[in-house]
Design a protein around this ligand. Structure first.
Ligand code: 8YV
Length: 316
């Protein structure tokens, strides 16, 4: 590395600790702080060799085009649905990201949602807080232990969810485009068949064009009025208006959702429903995991500048 600090363009705000570390090591410009970010990018994009972003914000191809000297993108998060890795690759830009370090917390959140919606925990909490207990009996919930868990997308996070399931004596099957190697769980080539079999359907598939609206009316019909849906992946994987309708009409039993199509906007029709648990996209949001993600963002940049490639690079 030359004595001059590499110039880094930061897209969107990051954790204060990470922003501080970046500012200590690099010559960082925060795009969001520019009076006209679009105009800034058009005028100054060519000055930056590196970009830092997050899975939530990403960088679109126009942004990549506006940065002709760009060599590396370091993204905070595992999701790559807002970065076109193939396009970046063709331009000779490496993409670092933060898989694996968040598997445990995301899987824990899948179970938080699954247990909450099945056992009606949030609903029961509301019942107690509004003073209903002395006058009313809280309705029965649905047992989780020993039930059937269908996982859509048996990648790193899906496998971690599957391991959690063994603690609840659940039988696990999964749907992927292809059977996963080295796993003993049952494979369902058809998502509809998996939904028909499952008591709980958990979505752990990557977002993006290929998985858009994968969970359709047909899949929800197969899950049926006793089945629960959990989504810790991306809102786009589910046909959201159809899901809202099915929850309203109790055509599925309930849902636990951490992700939505148009975050931070959640369909308001869901607010009045007791059969859905809503989280503000927090599956990886623990001190420990976010710190590990931040460290990997830094390490990916550092190894790019010292060794020519991010330590954990996305493949197109
Ligand atoms: C974060 C995520 O909320 O890693 C991902 O893809 O969706 C979450 O861990 C996100 O990275 C924050 O931008």
């Amino acid at each position: 590395m030359s004595s001059e600090k590499p110039r880094v363009l930061q897209f969107g705000r990051l954790m204060p600790w990470l922003e501080q570390q970046l500012a200590d090591r690099y010559d960082v410009v925060l795009l969001a702080q520019q009076p006209d970010p679009k105009a800034y990018l058009a005028e100054h994009g060519g000055e930056f060799v590196a970009a830092v972003t997050s899975a939530a914000i990403g960088i679109d191809n126009a942004g990549i085009d506006a940065m002709p000297a760009l060599k590396v993108i370091s993204s905070f998060g595992v999701g790559l649905d807002k970065i076109d890795v193939e396009y970046a690759g063709r331009r000779g830009i490496a993409v670092g990201y933060t898989p694996d370090v968040l598997n445990d917390c995301v899987a824990d959140t899948a179970f938080t949602l699954l247990l909450d919606v099945a056992r009606r925990a949030s609903e029961a909490d509301r019942f107690v807080r509004r003073g209903a207990w002395p006058n009313d009996k809280f309705p029965l919930a649905t047992r989780v232990s020993g039930k059937k868990l269908g996982i859509v997308g048996l990648g790193r996070i899906g496998r971690t969810i599957a391991r959690r399931a063994s603690g609840f004596d659940m039988e696990v099957r999964y749907h992927n485009r292809r059977p996963a190697e080295g796993v003993a769980y049952g494979y369902e080539a058809s998502l509809v068949d998996l939904a028909r079999w499952a008591d709980f359907l958990v979505i752990a598939a990557a977002g993006g064009a290929e998985s858009r609206n994968l969970v359709s009316a047909e899949v929800l019909d197969a899950l049926g009025p006793k089945g629960f849906l959990v989504n810790i992946a991306r809102g786009t994987v589910v046909d959201e208006p159809v899901l809202v309708q099915y929850l309203r009409e109790k055509r599925i039993a309930g849902a636990g959702l951490d992700v939505f199509v148009d975050e931070p906007h959640v369909p308001e029709a869901l607010f009045e429903l007791d059969n859905v648990v809503l989280l503000p996209h927090v599956a990886s949001a623990t001190h420990e995991t976010r710190q590990a993600m931040a460290e990997l963002v830094l390490e990916n940049l550092h190894t790019f500048f010292s060794e020519g490639r991010p330590r954990v690079a996305a493949m197109a």
